[in-house]
Write a protein that binds this ligand. Structure first.
Ligand code: C2E
Ligand code: CA
Ligand code: CA
Length: 553
């Protein structure tokens, strides 16, 4: 029999459902069954919520986002009304759902369609969440839209892409050309993105120099890649340097936060791979990212626990065969990860600025070692220390170097810093000034890894240098039969000598290489042929006169 109240409920447009708790012998609620649904509810649920059905039977039909059971239990146990707002992709509508306890301990659930209110609120929010510089919606707008995009794509079984873009070197633009130029770069990026604006493509200003593009409702995964490629091509045509990363729903993940995280990892990957490119997220990136974070946190601990060790590789004068000095090279063994080569952890230290305390330790250790050998063995050779561009860029660097030389009572002529062309990347004039000041102190400056990267002869003229180190990748092939590498090396050595610089060949592993370099009048040799990097104790024995103490090939 239908009661009057039920008849009334059947005639209202708000969907209503009544749930009845099911209890065990101990009077504990174990589940709920549907006790009643009004006509509007039957329409909304397409008759899937029928009287007597238990909750577990209909669970897969109810809107996924609504935590039904949790809300029912909370209402029944705490006797406090609950409510929840969600977007139904099936009905393309927003609902506010109210859970209240009835006098008979049943629970009424009312669905109020609040699409009109939400649309209004969203418009209002959109107005507030607009970035004033570009007119694009900001990060909040992106977050709201991504929620809806995910729900729509889940319901319609379509693909969505989160494409994050980060302008390359905006900081440099701001520093070198002023913040107006920086703003202009941001506006230009926004203007390009606006050209692509349509139902399924929306752009946002995601951060200072970051943008997000949401590509939604695509039938094919490839469509997302084509769209992002096309967008990126526009930047290339306009000569705007930008790095991007894409993650795809549901291919990479169905979770909103993960989609954002994965896209950011892909951006990071693009930045690491030379910038000005886009990358699609791959699980391998996450693995590497986690590995990187692990190394970085272990490295931070290694600094406080003083877990680094310094090795020293001898350098020999070619014509006299005498020891010229040692290059200090850092070593790190972690209890769990084992030996981590400096080629792996130094770049990570540079990225996280941990290179500053590490570099300080390197310099302190190298100079106190030098002092130690001077005292014990009258050692009058040179100690060479690798200095990262980030370290050199620090204002304090020169003062720290000076005060260490003073406090150890060392002749600055016996200290050499090894720099790479990386020092020129940030601010060339400033780097040159600094190096000049270092040379004025009497400290030697050596250019490391010559022959790799973007080495150019023009740097040799611009930089104040004492020494040039020819990279081992160059030396490796000098004996090859075509003679090309030998010719180049020979010309470099001749030219460098004319400029009044000393040359050191690195990575000399066999006697043929040695002989050829000797013929070319290379000044100094450093390599496994004559001596590998060795711990302090072995160098100590060698300096004490034990020539067999050298670690060789
Ligand atoms: P680098 O400055 O070019 O150092 C020379 C590297 O070549 C060293 O590798 C050395 O062990 C290796 N090597 C020397 N002779 C030979 C040879 O004959 N054959 C071969 N195959 N290799 C040879 P290591 O010690 O693994 O260092 C790698 C890089 O890590 C260094 O390259 C340097 O860029 C960086 N690094 C090492 N220690 C420090 C440090 O204390 N501070 C900074 N900033 N960077 C460091
Ligand atoms: Ca070096
Ligand atoms: Ca080198």
């Amino acid at each position: 029999m239908m009661t009057d109240a039920q008849k009334t409920l059947d005639n209202i447009t708000t969907p209503v459902l009544v749930a009845e708790p099911v209890k065990n012998e101990k009077e504990e609620i174990t589940s709920f069954v549907i006790a009643y649904t009004n006509r509007a509810m039957d329409e909304l649920s397409e008759n899937s919520y029928t009287k007597g059905k238990s909750w577990s039977d209909i669970e897969d039909k109810v809107p996924v986002q609504l935590p039904w059971y949790k809300l029912l239990i909370q209402t029944a146990r705490n006797q406090i009304p609950q409510n929840y707002t969600f977007f139904s992709a099936r009905n393309n509508a927003w609902y506010k759902v109210d859970f209240s306890l009835l006098p008979d301990q049943n629970i009424s659930i009312l669905f109020t369609n609040i699409t009109a209110e939400m649309t209004y609120a969203r418009k209002l929010k959109e107005a507030i969440s607009k970035d004033p510089l570009t007119g694009l919606p900001n990060r909040t707008g992106f977050s709201d839209d991504l929620d809806i995009c995910i729900e729509n794509c889940r319901f319609q079984q379509k693909y969505a892409g989160v494409f994050i873009l980060d302008i390359d070197n905006l900081k440099n633009i701001n520093e070198s050309s002023g913040s107006k130029a920086g703003d202009q770069a941001i506006i230009s990026v926004a203007e390009i993105l606006k050209r692509f604006e349509r139902d399924t493509i929306h752009s946002y200003r995601y951060g200072d120099d970051e943008f997000a593009v949401l590509i939604s409702n695509q039938n094919y995964l490839d469509a997302i890649l084509t769209i992002s490629d096309t967008i990126f091509d526009c930047f290339q045509m306009e000569k705007i340097q930008i790095s991007g990363g894409i993650s795809i729903f549901p291919f990479n993940t169905e979770q909103k936060e993960e989609l954002i995280r994965f896209s950011n990892m892909a951006v990071h990957y693009s930045k690491q791979n030379g910038k000005n490119c886009i990358s699609i997220f791959e699980p391998e990136m996450q693995r590497r990212f986690i590995q990187k974070l692990t190394i970085q946190s272990k490295m931070a601990a290694a600094i406080t626990e003083c877990n680094f060790v310094q090795y020293y590789q001898p350098q020999f004068d070619v014509s006299s065969g005498k020891l010229r000095g040692f290059e200090a090279l850092i070593r790190w063994t972690d209890d769990e990860l084992g030996e981590i080569p400096p080629s792996v952890f130094i770049p990570l230290a540079e990225e996280s600025n941990l290179i500053i305390p590490i570099g300080r330790w390197v310099l302190q250790t190298a100079l106190s070692t030098l002092k130690n050998w001077q005292k014990k063995y009258n050692f009058n050779g040179i100690i060479s220390v690798n200095v990262s561009p980030i370290q050199l860029a620090q204002e304090e660097f020169i003062y720290e170097l000076q005060s260490l030389i003073r406090s150890n009572g060392i002749n600055p002529n016996l200290v050499e810093i090894e720099i790479t062309e990386g020092v020129m990347l940030h601010n060339m004039e400033e780097a040159i000034e600094k190096l000049k000041a270092i040379q004025d102190m009497g400290v030697r400056v050596s250019l490391d890894d010559f022959g790799t990267g973007y080495s150019s002869l023009s740097y040799l003229q611009a930089l104040p240098l004492n020494t040039l180190k020819i990279d081992k990748s160059f030396i490796q092939d000098i004996c090859s039969s075509d003679g090309i590498q030998a010719n180049i090396t020979s010309s470099i050595i001749t030219m460098v000598a004319r400029m009044g610089l000393e040359t050191i060949a690195e990575g000399v592993e066999d006697i043929n290489q040695f002989e050829l370099l000797s013929k070319f009048h290379c000044n100094v040799i450093q390599g496994f042929l004559q001596g590998k990097p060795m711990p302090f104790d072995m160098c100590d024995s060698f300096l004490a006169g034990d020539t067999k103490a050298l670690l060789k090939n």
